[in-house]
Design a protein around this ligand. Structure first.
Ligand code: PEP
Length: 256
C-alpha cells in the first residue's frame, strides 16, 4: 500500500529565536507539496514559539517523559508538548538510547504515554556498525522494535517508525538500497504481526544522512514512507529539495 510520505526534520540541539525565520521559510515552501506531510522536531523550549510562528504547520518534540507529571526535574510530559503546540514527538532516538541509556522498556513507556494523550510518535530503531558487520542487523532491529512497541494502539494519534542505522547518522554513509529494502520489509512484517491491518498503514521512515542528492533514490525503495532528516533539515535550502523528492516519487514505481 502506498502511504502518503512524511518528511520529518530533527533539529536536535540546534535552534534559537533567530532561527525562526528558517522555520517560516520551511513551512511556507512546504505548502507547495500538499502530497507530503512535513514536520519539524525542534528543541522543547522552541516548540511554542515555532508553533506560533507557523500556524497550521506541524511542529514536533524530540523526546517525552513516560509519566504524566511529578518529580522529574528537567523533563517534559506529553501533555506539556501538546500544550506548547507539538503534534508529535520523536522517541527512542539512538542519541538518547546511547547518551541517556534509554532501554527498550523505557522507550515503550514513552511511546505509550505520548499516544495515550493524542501526541503522535516517531519511534526510532537502528543498529550499530558492529551489529551490521556481524550480519545481525535485521534480527537486532526487529528485536529492538518488538521491545519498544506499545502493547496497544490507543487513540487516533499516529505511530510512525524511523529506521536509523546508527552508523549512518551524521556520517554521510548510507546503507545500500537492498539493505534499506530488507530492513523496511522486516519492520513492516513485525508491525503487521503485532497490529494486523493497522500495521500496513504505519509509515516507516528511513533516517541517516538523507540529503537532496540521495533522497529520490531512498524514497523510491519499497516500504520507505518518508524520512527523518537531521543535519539537512536545518536550512530550507537543503530540506525543501528533500520534501520535493518525496513529492516526486508519489505514485512512481518502487524498488523492491
Ligand atoms: C537524525 O538525527 O535522526 C539523523 C538522521 O541525522 P542526519 O540526517 O544528520 O544523519
Amino acid at each position: 500500500m502506498a502511504l502518503k510520505k512524511l518528511v520529518a526534520g530533527n533539529w536536535k540541539m540546534h535552534g534559537l529565536s533567530s532561527d525562526l525565520g528558517e522555520v517560516r521559510a520551511i513551512a511556507a515552501a512546504a505548502q507547495d507539496y500538499p502530497n507530503v506531510d512535513v514536520v519539524l522536531c525542534v528543541p522543547a523550549i522552541l516548540i511554542e514559539r515555532a508553533a506560533r510562528a507557523v500556524p497550521g504547520f506541524a511542529i514536533g518534540g524530540q523526546d517525552v517523559h513516560s509519566e504524566e507529571k511529578g518529580a522529574h526535574t528537567g523533563c517534559t510530559s506529553a501533555l506539556m508538548l501538546l500544550d506548547a503546540g507539538a503534534s508529535l514527538t520523536i522517541v527512542g532516538h539512538s542519541e538518547r538510547r546511547e547518551a541517556q541509556r534509554e532501554s527498550d522498556d523505557e522507550v515503550k513507556a514513552k511511546v505509550e504515554a505520548a499516544l495515550s494523550v493524542g501526541l503522535g510518535v516517531i519511534l526510532c530503531v537502528g543498529e550499530s556498525i558492529e551489529v551490521r558487520e556481524r550480519g545481525d542487523a535485521v534480527a537486532a532491529v526487529v528485536a529492538q522494535l518488538e521491545g519498544s512497541l506499545p502493547d496497544t494502539l490507543a487513540g487516533e494519534a499516529e505511530l510512525a517508525i524511523a529506521y536509523e542505522p546508527i552508523w549512518a547518522i551524521g556520517t554521510g554513509k548510507i546503507p545500500t538500497t537492498g539493505e534499506i529494502a530488507e530492513m523496511h520489509a522486516a519492520i513492516r512484517g513485525k508491525l503487521k504481526e503485532r497490529y494486523g491491518s493497522d500495521g500496513d498503514a504505519m509509515r516507516i521512515l528511513y533516517g541517516g544522512s538523507v540529503k537532496p542528492s540521495n533522497a529520490g533514490e531512498i524514497f523510491s525503495i519499497a516500504d520507505v514512507d518518508g524520512a527523518l532528516v537531521g543535519g539537512a533539515s536545518l536550512k530550507a535550502a537543503d530540506f525543501i529539495p528533500i520534501v520535493a523528492a518525496a513529492a516526486a516519487v508519489e505514485g512512481a514505481d518502487t524498488i523492491a
